[in-house]
Write a protein that binds this ligand. Structure first.
Ligand code: NDP
Length: 498
């Protein structure tokens, strides 16, 4: 297929042109078009959901034995691995992340399908302790059509985290990827088809969330929405879901504290803090964007951190040595710049960065350098709002009580990092930090076997983990009567199990 040709999209088992506007997806490192496609239309949403519903009812997928569904998921994992380099290169072009990061995301997607294949074939239903003349059981049923709405920062990994457990549970899925990064979801749909997933069970609807995501969320046949994205959009979806009495899982934004205690191993802490905020150019929900350093260490630690950050290699995402690629778009870079200007206007001092790099590749893409601000207090806007870019705000602290108060003083509560040699201190602090994930002497490490999600404005529900599959199932209780006599009722003493 040539660049000028319009990519088909996957609607209810058919690969055809969307009925929305034609648009190009662009490589953030150059601004050049990567592919042209037609967005889906609201009519396409209708077709995709109806097709998914029919496939759920009639394809036999939900009725297959768990190990049979698992074998398709294992094949999807194998096919992702077989095409991993091609997928990683495409994802690099889709969102401009450095190639080493996109390789890791593709590997993670394969691992996610493998993991949920195993979760599916080993999921146990239970016989519960009986309190009467019956056998009571707790079992799980698939829900029907699931909507998976994903952001632009980690395509394929985000999509796999929703699609794999939802399919494993026996459902049909309609993906609404971010408008600007639709290519990996389309690839995933092709792979699923090749792996033998029944037609219609997976659709992909590229295009605007305010139109398509909204229509999908409101659709009466959609029985659950699994959403990853910004808090504002998440709350909007939660309102719609409340009206429909529909469960949702919401993986939202963050403003995560990283804490360096006075006994930290500084080599580890410097490397971890850098990785926590600047990898993925800070375009990560779990970015460690608020740094708290024990005052006794503050000056030497910051000197080392700034020197190390200045050495980070910002540049061409195709270059294996690159650590930070461009930001996703010109508009997003402008938003990051506005936050930095605001931080300076609020009294912050720039220790590093704060200005677009220029010359060679920098003039073509939406690059922004590692940026470190100090001299601000935790209540100021740049310390409270998610910037979603390579901007770190550093603050010294005097004692742990003050530290804890400030670290927890955020609408968000997604993640946190603690650097200390003393595991008892880490334990005490780690239990008091309000966050869905706390990393101790490490940061931004993930395992599909460990549940992930946020508190407060960072979200609702958990993804991943062996029981992540249950998010996509309804729980049902079954009672099997074992009594020899008819149920005692009219005029007869009844024993009600309590
Ligand atoms: P958005 O909330 O803008 O978009 C996320 C997805 O929602 C996109 O597919 C978008 O479509 C869609 N969408 C937009 N409006 C609606 C609507 N009214 N109804 C339904 N869907 C809609 O977030 P961003 O794309 O800007 O992503 C960045 C955000 O995602 C950050 O806040 C980040 O913290 C968060 N995030 C959270 C993660 C977590 O696991 N907690 C992981 C990664 C990111 P479109 O873009 O096409 O308009």
């Amino acid at each position: 297929m040539t660049l000028e040709q319009t990519l088909p999209i996957c609607i209810a088992g058919d690969w055809r042109l969307g009925r929305g506007e034609r648009y190009a997806t662009c490589y953030p490192a150059t601004g050049e078009a990567v592919a042209w496609l037609n967005a889906a239309s609201v009519d396409d949403v209708e077709d995709a959901v109806q097709g998914a519903h029919q496939a759920f009812l009639h394809s036999g997928w939900a009725q297959r034995k768990p190990h049979e569904r698992a074998s398709v998921l294992y094949r999807i994992a194998e096919l992702i691995r077989a095409r991993s380099e091609e997928l990683a290169q495409l994802q690099r072009q889709d969102n401009g992340k450095p190639i080493n990061e996109t390789r890791a995301l593709v590997a993670s997607a394969a691992g996610t399908f493998q993991f949920f294949a195993a979760a599916c074939e080993t999921l146990e239903e239970t016989i519960t302790p009986s309190r009467g003349d019956f056998v009571s059981m707790s079992v799980y049923e698939p829900m029907g059509v699931i909507a998976a709405i994903t952001p632009w920062n980690s395509p394929i990994a985000s999509e796999a985290q929703k699609v794999a457990p939802a399919l494993a549970a026996g459902n049909a899925v309609v993906i609404k990827p971010a408008e600007i990064t639709p290519l990996m979801a389309l690839q995933l749909a092709q792979i699923c088809e090749e792996a033998g997933l029944p037609k219609g069970l997976l659709s992909v609807l590229p295009g605007k969330g305010s139109l398509l995501g909204d229509a999908l969320t409101r659709h009466p046949l959609v029985k659950r929405v699994s959403f990853t994205g910004g808090t504002k959009t998440g709350k909007h979806i939660a309102h719609i879901a409340a009206d429909k009495m529909m469960p949702v899982s919401l993986e939202l934004g963050g403003k995560s504290p990283t804490i360096v205690l006075d006994d930290a191993d500084l080599d580890h802490a410097v490397a971890g803090v850098l990785y926590g905020i600047f990898s993925s150019s800070g375009e990560a929900c779990i970015a460690g964007s608020r740094l708290f350093v024990a005052r006794a260490l503050y000056e030497p630690f910051m000197a080392r951190l700034v020197a190390a950050a200045a050495e980070l290699r910002v540049g061409d995402p195709a270059d294996e040595r690159t650590q930070m690629g461009p930001l996703i778009s010109a508009a997003h870079r402008e938003s990051v710049e506005r936050y930095v200007a605001l931080g300076v206007a609020e009294g912050g001092r720039l220790l590093l960065g704060g200005e677009r790099p220029s010359g060679s590749v920098y003039d073509q893409g939406y690059y922004y350098p590692p940026t470190i601000l100090e001299g601000l207090s935790n209540s100021q806007q740049v310390c409270q709002e998610e910037i979603f870019g390579p901007v770190l705000v550093a603050m010294p602290f005097d004692d742990e009580a003050q530290l804890l108060e400030q670290a927890n003083d955020s609408l968000y509560a997604l993640a946190a990092g603690i650097w200390t040699r003393d595991y008892k201190r880490a334990w005490a602090l780690g239990r008091k930090i309000q966050a869905g994930t706390v990393w101790i002497n490490t940061y931004k490490q993930f395992s599909i076997s460990t549940p992930f999600g946020g508190w407060r404005d960072s979200g609702l529900g958990r993804e991943k983990g062996r029981l992540g599959i249950l998010q996509y199932m309804e729980q049902k209780s079954l009672y099997w009567g074992m009594n020899e006599q008819p149920l005692a009722w009219a005029g007869v003493q009844t024993e009600v199990g309590l």
